[in-house]
Design a protein around this ligand. Structure first.
Ligand SMILES: Nc1ncnc2c1ncn2[C@@H]1O[C@H](COP(=O)(O)OP(=O)(O)OP(=O)(O)O)[C@@H](O)[C@H]1O
Ligand SMILES: [Mg+2]
Length: 409
């Protein structure tokens, strides 16, 4: 290659100068001539040539092979040997020294030029290969680091999940025990309040039967009047409410404790059974229920029944009394999942409440309808247990559609 900067190491000055002349003539640049190995090492360091043309037999302490070894150990420079000796052991030494070949003297200048070009080219590609190799190794290390990091993250997530499951179980246990144990004191309060109400009414009727001094009568009226009666009614109403909430909590926490038994379910049949139980409400409110294609799914029969029961209950409960209620129930499926739509033309739910309604005991308008606000929490739990999803599309004044997806494997 024209412009290649060459250091010539040759102890016979005439040969060296002849080489310089010939190589310069064909476009190479001779940047230095050394006649000893020591000088060659020095010049290689200071001039940093593209190639060293090294005679093997040098006068002085170092021969060409030793000088080349020293140069190569510090610098990445290709060395091309020149030798008149074709002795195998010498040529083997030259190979071990890491040279880029040798040329046997006598040689033509054309032969030399070709060998110089080959050595420079080979050195360049070797360098690129080494660079690529280095980059590959770096990339490999980075990848290995990333894999390691991912493994650690996965491990942490698994641990956290396990912790979360454990905490959930503990929480369920606490809710279960608390709600279970609340029931007997609640029954006591309810029982004694009833008894007090009975005593109050007996006292009232007894005092009416006898003539007693006016002052005493007034005192009785003050104590046994409406206030006592109303207070007891309030206590009884509150205990009924607490009882309902406690029952709801028990139902919710039990759900987390039961084992599920997954099998292929005839969801269409399940929905028919549910609709029968709502028959009275449907007829009474003149609701039109349209049932389309309903695919099978893989699930726990009791829980899937509960899921659709709660959704149909809501669809009926939150219809708009101002217009005829219409409820559409349909579905579709593929090999991955079964999807169900429960669509009503009821009062609808404001977008900002779409997440809220899944919270335990959350109700949008508690005064208007009966309920504990637990139906959708139960649905969420069932969906989770089945690794499914629930989505809601709703518009106030137009209606609501709940979309359930349950995986088929
Ligand atoms: N189809 C629907 N249309 C309009 N609002 C709905 C619908 N379904 C649920 N909601 C709203 O979401 C709230 C929570 O529903 P959820 O089923 O959890 O409880 P609930 O029906 O009030 O009581 P429960 O189901 O415990 O008897 C309801 O109070 C209601 O405000
Ligand atoms: Mg409900």
């Amino acid at each position: 290659m024209a412009g290649t900067r060459i250091l010539i190491v040759e102890d016979e000055m005439v040969v060296a100068m002849d080489l310089e002349q010939s190589l310069t003539n064909i476009g190479f640049e001779i940047i230095g001539i050394s006649s000893t190995g020591e000088d060659a090492i020095f010049k290689a360091k200071s001039l940093n040539p593209d190639l060293v043309l090294m005679d093997i037999m040098l006068s002085g302490k170092l021969d060409g092979i030793s000088a080349a070894s020293e140069i190569i150990s510090h610098q990445d420079i290709p060395v091309l040997f020149l030798t008149a000796n074709s002795d195998k052991s010498i040529l083997d030494r030259a190979k071990i020294a890491g040279s880029y070949g040798y040329i046997l003297k006598p040689f033509s200048i054309r032969e030399l030029a070709i060998n110089v070009d080959i050595a420079v080219y080979k050195h360049k590609t070797d360098k690129e290969l080494k660079e690529n190799d280095k980059n590959l190794k770096k990339l490999n290390l980075l990848l290995e680091d990333e894999i390691e990091e991912r493994k650690i993250a996965e491990y942490k997530i698994n641990n956290l999940n396990e912790e979360l499951n454990q905490k959930n179980k503990e929480l369920e246990q606490i809710v279960y025990v608390a709600s279970h144990d609340l029931r007997s004191p609640l029954l006591n309060i309810n029982g004694y309040a009833r008894e007090l109400k009975a005593i109050l009414s007996t006292l009232k009727s007894e005092t009416g039967k006898h003539s007693i001094p006016e002052e005493l009568q007034n005192k009785f009226n003050e104590l046994l009047g409406n206030f006592a009666d109303d207070s007891l009614d309030y206590i009884l109403k509150s205990t009924r409410k607490i009882d309902k909430l406690v029952n709801a909590l028990l139902k919710y926490s039990r759900l987390g404790r039961v084992e599920i038994n997954i099998k292929k379910l005839n969801v269409s049949g399940i929905i028919d059974d549910i609709l029968k139980t709502f028959d009275y409400v449907i007829q009474f409110n003149n609701v039109q229920v349209i049932k389309g294609d309903i695919p099978e799914c893989l699930g726990d029969e009791l829980q899937i029944n509960q899921l659709f029961s709660n959704l149909i209950d809501n669809a009926l409960k939150y219809l708009d009394t101002e217009r005829k209620g219409i409820i559409n129930i349909y579905g579709k499926s593929n090999s991955d999942f079964s999807e169900y739509f429960i669509e009503d033309n009821g009062i609808g739910i404001a977008t900002e409440k779409h997440h809220e309604i899944f919270k335990l005991f959350y109700r949008l308008d508690p005064g208007k309808t009966e309920g504990e606000g637990i139906g959708l929490s139960i649905i969420s739990k069932i969906i989770n247990k089945h690794h499914g999803t629930i989505k809601i599309k709703s518009q106030v004044g137009k209606g609501t559609c709940f979309i359930i997806k349950i995986p088929n494997e």
